[in-house]
Design a protein around this ligand. Structure first.
Ligand code: FAD
Ligand code: DLZ
Ligand code: SF4
Length: 507
């Protein structure tokens, strides 16, 4: 009897349910680098390199622990190029009698795995992924009967169920959420910590050569590769965040600075999403920092909310709404994604900086994604599906279950408000308040109209005007709709003319 356990590129956890239940003596673990996964969108080369390097290191660790690992590299001669083909080959190679796999994180891959039950003549067992805090049925129970979902309600339930930052039945400090304290603009004179950088070892160097060779045409630079590759690396990177950045994480969570790419962010999403860090364990660690007096409550609560709140909430929505979520387009936005998303060639300094950083690092922090590149696409009326492909491609942490609800739901309001209570649209003044981008821009943020006015200014009002009917009854938007309604016809015509001129130029 030989059991085959395929382990996918985002399942690199020692706690993987299939491994915990397996007997080393009669198990073969299959890991596969396949072209279908590496090319279903044009992934950033650093993202591919990170995943391949983490997979190869994980395979080594399993072998050191006495597991039999069959690792199929991308350039293996017989590589069929997809998961199904590789599992089929492995079943025959090892005379496999049963396949056990942990459920895939993405719908696309889960459909593939569901097909294995018919495709193979050995039994296939799919195990639930228990590496999340909220399982599918708990989310469905929470969601049942609600017309719209709100993260805050979901989050409070997770605080209660985990006991994180709870004082009996009450939230620590008396409030559930300290977000209002977390909106300080960045000051250039605040000393910024830098994330821990890892020198590529031999395994990573081989991967970099492979990726450089096979994915040279993809958007994104492979230069100065510094991501960690193992659980130990990820834990070390997290330690450095705790020590240097956590105390200010809350204060500067929404800030942006042109020459500080990382500010006080954790840079751990890539490690978390492939399974190198455990979400509950890191939240307990952050909670300890607060109770031991090394981090203020707004920082600890803000961090924990991102993990047990937002991260789990978007996963729940993804699985509840798929398939079909990726097709939703409530605002009927149909403009093609402007070419400068792939080149960074634009006079808008904020967009240029965020896209250049994305190209160089396969990373941008939340406010850069939401309030710069996302905000622009929203107010310019870009097709949310094209934008979704962009976000899924360009970030090292991008997996559809987390990226799609953030892009389509939170950032583009494509689900009509299922996930978010209002669209995250803003004029240039928000970007100017929270960043230093506007200082070196070819447009003027204080100008509202004309060729040299900040495009975010007139595109914002054009967006409000286009969707006035929809948002008039939204309590968080009504004031802006009413302000637009009071503009003179002349002012409205100017907004329209500026928006058309700018958008026609884009096309
Ligand atoms: P920090 O700011 O330090 O936050 C700590 C952790 O909280 C993150 O590592 C992440 O695991 C979690 N987190 C924070 N915000 C969110 C959120 N909104 N949803 C889920 N988890 C969150 N995150 C991804 O992991 N993968 C994606 O593909 C992704 N795509 C996004 C697309 C858009 C349009 C937007 C607006 C956000 C997206 N996010 C995505 C959420 C967020 O931007 C990233 O998790 C964060 O920037 C990662 O950097 P960090 O580790 O430094 O995070
Ligand atoms: C993202 C990705 C890439 C680029 N390549 C691989 C791969 O070659 N092999 C693999 O097992 N996983 C890869 N991944 C991650 C998978 O796409 C991810 O595990 C699934 O999307 C989960 O549903
Ligand atoms: Fe961006 Fe407008 Fe500021 Fe330029 S002026 S950086 S386009 S917000």
């Amino acid at each position: 009897m030989t059991v085959l356990i395929p382990v996918l590129g985002d399942q690199l956890s020692p706690s993987l349910p299939t491994l915990r239940e397996a007997d080393r003596e009669n198990t073969v673990i299959l890991m596969m680098e396949v072209m279908e996964e590496a090319s279903y969108v044009p992934h950033h080369p650093k993202k591919i390199a990170f995943i391949f390097s983490a997979m190869r290191h994980y395979a080594e660790e399993l072998r050191d622990q006495g597991w039999m690992v069959d690792y199929v590299p991308l350039d293996d001669e017989g590589n069929s190029g997809n998961f199904t083909g590789e599992v089929k080959r492995a079943i025959s190679r090892h005379h496999v009698t049963a396949v056990h796999i942990t459920e895939a994180s993405e719908y696309r891959v889960m459909e593939m795995i569901d097909g294995w039950k018919q495709a193979f003549d050995v039994p296939v067992t799919i195990h639930p992924d228990n590496r999340f805090i909220c399982d599918h049925s708990t989310f469905d129970k929470w969601a049942k009967g609600r017309k719209t979902f709100r993260m805050e309600n979901f989050y409070r339930d997770r605080r209660k169920s985990t006991g994180l930052l709870m004082d009996g039945d009450e939230p620590e400090g008396g409030s559930w959420n300290y977000d209002s304290e977390n909106r300080k603009p960045a000051q250039e004179d605040v000393t910024m910590p830098q994330p821990l950088r890892f020198e590529p070892d031999d395994i990573t160097r081989d991967v970099l050569a492979l990726v450089g060779d096979r994915f040279a045409d993809n958007f994104g630079s492979l230069d100065d590769y510094w991501f960690g590759a193992t659980r130990a690396d990820a834990e070390q990177a997290f330690d450095v965040f705790i020590e240097r950045a956590l105390p200010c994480f809350g204060d500067y969570q929404d800030a942006m600075l042109a020459d500080q790419k990382f500010l006080f962010h954790a840079l751990i999403s890539l490690y978390l999403n492939v399974g190198l860090l455990d979400p509950l364990a890191i939240c307990r660690r952050v909670e300890d920092e607060y109770y031991d007096g090394r981090a203020p409550l707004n920082a600890a609560e803000g961090f924990i909310r991102q993990i047990i709140g937002w991260r789990e909430y978007v996963r729940g929505i993804y699985w509840r709404e798929m398939p079909g979520y990726e097709e939703q387009n409530a605002l009927a936005a149909d403009r093609d994604l402007p070419g400068f998303y792939w080149s960074g060639e634009t006079g808008m300094a904020c967009m240029k900086a965020c896209i250049a950083q994305t190209r160089d690092e396969a990373y941008a922090h939340h406010i850069q994604r939401l309030m710069v590149t996302g905000n622009f696409a929203l107010i310019a009326g870009v097709d949310p599906k094209q934008l979704h492909i962009w976000y899924l491609s360009v970030y090292a942490d991008a997996f559809e279950w987390v990226e799609l609800p953030n892009t389509l739901g939170m950032s583009q309001f494509g689900d009509g408000g299922l996930l978010a209570s209002k669209p995250y649209a803003s004029s240039g003044s928000y970007i100017n308040k929270m960043s230093d981008y506007c200082k070196n821009c070819s447009y003027s943020v204080s100008k509202k109209a004309g060729k040299d006015a900040c495009p975010f200014n007139y595109l914002y009002w054009d967006f409000i005007g286009r969707h006035a009917e929809r948002f008039r009854s939204n309590p968080r938007m009504a004031m802006m709709v009413s302000s637009y309604g009071k503009f003179s016809d002349e002012k409205k015509a100017q907004i329209d003319a500026d928006a058309r001129r700018f958008l026609d130029d884009l096309d």
